[in-house]
Design a protein around this ligand. Structure first.
Ligand SMILES: Nc1ncnc2c1ncn2[C@@H]1O[C@H](COP(=O)(O)OP(=O)(O)OP(=O)(O)O)[C@@H](O)[C@H]1O
Ligand SMILES: [Mg+2]
Length: 743
């Protein structure tokens, strides 16, 4: 038979039921856990925490970095982050902590180390202790960090936090000063070097100037001077040359004048020389006079003509003489000018040579001057940087600042009693509920009518409640669980009532009601063909086969049937003791033919009920039960009685029950509530189903109505003593009980 998947709501309800079932345990454990946590936490030493607040300025981290950092964007952020992380590590570093340990002599501080000896502990151990109490907590979204120290002594916590912070700040400052100091040293050495270089280049320049006889003025001025000189010489020379060519031209013009035409004198000469022009006028007038005389017709020999000729000749010779004088003067001028020209040209040449020489010197001069200028510049830069670095060293710039000094804490941060108790209780509740659920899951026993139907696939015939304690003698069976232990063997022998006879002894009891309900179900299960032979069996020992068999038999007898209960448990027979009879003679004797049914079937205290005990216990019970003789005996018993109820041994342990089950009309399978596991019951059922046993249904035995699992079943009727009619045979009573169970 397939099992239905449980609905989530059912699972939840089941879970709640389980919790309800174990709530007292869970509550107890929770309270105990809370109390334990309280007691434990109270014994813990009090821990105080002091904190110091520091601020970082990540920009001032480079010794010479007074210019803006060119790295921007993510890389800058990353760099900053890296910087912070580095600082957090440094705060916890051996360098800082060892300085703190050394300064405060912590290795000898008993209160700090917890050691009792005067020797103290090693400084490494002291550092490790200090580190374990140190918490570096960056303040989110800021450039602040908290240095926290935990210590059992509040004043000490404050002192440690303060010292760690101050030591770290001081070391950071030292580091920066050292870095600047190193820079200063390096810069100074470089400065010396460049100073020498500068001096050398300056000397070289000076030497050069001296050697080349350069004036103190710059070489540019000198070259300018030479250029001017050259220009002057050049223009003077040009002028002289012009003058010479002018003289040459005059001389050439004068040379053209002949004795025939002495008056053909260039106008320029005439203009500049009045005497010459006077002579020319005399010559021309003499010439005109003679021409006039000739024109008058006077001959060569005419005295007037001759006189005129003489006058003309004188005038001509005077004019030519003057021209000669002028030519001679020009020739002299030319000689002077030529001399001047050659001297001027020599001067010019000299100046040109000087200029070329200066040009060459200028190149070298400039080279040396450039070198000097470079060195001078470098030196100036270095000098500036050195001064700056030196200044910074003197200024003690620190980029880490103490914002809030540590204060002495007033209340401890640990132990947190309320917190710990709450956590312990919460954990106990969770673990308790989980354990309850696990336990419930691990508990594979069959408990409810639903279990019978769903997990075993059997019809539920009814239940037998847990028989109350007053029926149980002191020697309760040890095999059954404590809460299920009830009277075991000697029922009526000790005078106490056998619990199995409760159905008879107390007809209004819950167990009697339940037995009647089972009887009703058996009756109505197959109304046309009544189950005349019933076998009562179960999977395991002590599940209550005998008790159920007796209860059913009594109930059937009370119903007016002639009933015989046969002890088919040939291994551990018990029926005779329940009915207070001797077990000397019984079923086995009838089977071997040593007795008749009438001999062994003796009436009991219950009207209509006879009992056939087991008799002698045979060594081979299975053989006996599978014999044809047993079948005949069973038939014969059936002839004597309306109903035969056979008790039997457990079906898993031995095959007896399986053998007998083939000879009966119905098999009642007993399951002990909270006692029999589903797997064991299934094993027993498999053995019965293998032989095609007529399985009628199952009876749930030893049901404790008070259990939470039955809260959903309306079993209250059973609990109400005296509900059923005293006349147990009354059909109404029977039906009421049956209906109560089936609901
Ligand atoms: N409903 C019940 N209420 C209280 N005690 C019970 C109940 N059913 C059985 N017992 C007790 O459990 C013990 C075992 O019961 P019983 O002998 O009926 O089981 P069994 O299955 O016949 O055992 P065995 O396998 O030994 O034959 C007995 O002490 C009996 O009194
Ligand atoms: Mg038994």
């Amino acid at each position: 038979m397939e099992r239905e998947e449980p609905r989530p709501v059912d699972t939840l309800m089941h879970g709640l039921r389980v919790v309800r079932k174990y709530w007292l345990v869970v509550a107890g454990v929770t309270v105990a856990a809370g109390a334990g946590a309280f007691a434990f936490t109270s014994t813990l030493p009090k821990i105080y925490e002091a904190e110091t607040l520091l601020e970082f300025d990540p920009d001032v981290i480079k010794p010479l970095g007074n210019k803006a950092d060119p790295i921007v964007g993510w890389s800058a952020i990353w760099d900053t982050r890296e910087y912070y992380e580095t600082q957090y590590r440094i705060m916890q570093s051996d360098r800082v902590l060892s300085a703190v340990v050394r300064d405060l002599r912590l290795e000898k501080d008993k209160g700090f180390t917890g050691s009792k000896s005067d020797e103290g502990i090693s400084s490494e151990s002291a550092i490790a202790i200090l580190r374990s109490r140190l918490i570096i907590e960056p303040v989110k979204g800021s450039r602040l960090v908290l240095i926290k120290i935990q210590d059992p002594r509040p004043a000490e916590a404050r002192r440690l936090s303060d010292t760690v912070a101050r030591t770290y700040i001081q070391q950071n400052l030292d580091k920066m000063v050292n870095a600047t100091g190193d820079t200063v040293v390096w810069l100074s050495s470089q400065l010396d070097h460049f100073k020498q270089e500068l001096e050398q280049t300056e000397n070289a320049l000076h030497e050069f100037k001296k050697k080349n006889d350069l004036p103190s003025s710059t070489i540019e001025d000198l070259s300018k001077m030479i250029r001017l000189e050259m220009q002057e010489f050049d223009s003077a020379l040009s002028r002289t040359r012009l003058k010479r060519s002018e003289l040459a031209a005059r001389s050439a013009e004068l040379a053209k004048i002949t004795a025939d035409n002495p008056d053909q004198i260039p106008a320029s000469e005439l203009l500049s020389n009045a005497f010459l022009s006077g002579l020319r006028v005399q010559y021309q007038s003499a010439s005109r006079e003679r021409a006039e005389l000739t024109a008058e017709g006077k001959g060569q020999t005419h005295p007037a003509v001759r006189k005129a000729d003489e006058k003309l000749g004188l005038a001509r010779s005077q004019l030519l003489g003057e021209i000669k004088n002028i030519q001679a003067a020009i020739a002299r001028d030319v000689a002077v000018v030529e001399k001047q020209e050659s001297s001027e040209s020599a001067l010019y040449e000299n100046a040109r040579k000087k200029a070329v020489e200066l040009n060459l010197k200028e190149l070298e001069f400039h080279r040396l001057d450039r070198l000097r200028a470079q060195n001078e510049k470098l030196y100036a830069v270095l000098l500036e940087q050195t001064k700056e670095a030196d200044l910074r060293r003197l200024m003690n710039t620190n980029n880490i600042r103490l914002v809030d000094a540590a204060k002495e804490p007033h209340s401890p941060i640990a132990p947190r009693v309320g917190h710990n108790v709450a956590i312990a209780m919460l954990a106990a509740v969770v673990i308790g509920i989980a354990a309850a659920l696990v336990r419930d899951q691990l508990d594979n026993t069959l408990k409810t009518p639903d279990d019978i139907e769903q997990r075993l696939g059997l019809a539920f015939l009814g239940l037998l409640p847990q028989i109350a304690d007053e029926h149980a003698p002191a020697s309760a069976a040890r095999r059954v669980p404590r809460r299920l232990r009830r009277s075991a063997s000697s029922g009526s022998a000790a005078g106490a009532m056998a619990p199995e006879l409760c159905v008879h002894d107390k007809p209004t009891s819950a167990i009697a009601e339940a037995a009647r309900a089972i009887r009703t179900n058996l009756t109505f299960m197959n109304p046309d063909k009544p189950l005349r032979r019933l076998l009562v069996t179960s999977a395991a020992p002590s599940e209550g086969k005998t008790t159920v068999a007796v209860s059913i038999a009594i109930s059937l007898a009370q119903g007016g049937h002639r009933v015989c209960i046969v002890d088919g448990d040939l291994r551990r027979p018990r029926l005779h003791r329940i009915f207070g009879r001797s077990g000397d003679r019984g079923l086995t004797h009838v089977i071997v033919g040593e007795a008749s049914i009438e001999d062994v079937a003796q009436p009991t205290a219950v009207p209509n009920l006879s009992c056939i005990p087991c008799g002698a216990i045979p060594p081979n019970s299975a053989d006996v039960l599978s014999s044809a003789r047993f079948r005949q005996v069973l038939d014969a018993i059936g002839d004597h009685f309306d109903r035969v109820v056979i008790d039997s041994p457990p079906v898993v342990a031995v095959t007896d029950s399986a053998i007998v089950s083939t000879l009966v009309d119905g098999v009642v399978f007993v399951v002990r509530a909270f006692g029999t596991s589903a797997s064991l019951s299934r094993g027993g059922l498999r053995a019965l189903r293998d032989v095609d046993a007529p399985l009628t249904g199952a009876v749930l035995n030893a049901v404790d109505f008070d259990r939470i699992e039955y809260s959903n079943y309306q079993l209250a009727y059973y609990k109400r003593e005296g509900y059923a009619s005293h006349d147990s045979t009354h059909p109404d009573a029977v039906e009421t009980a049956g209906a109560a169970v089936s609901s």
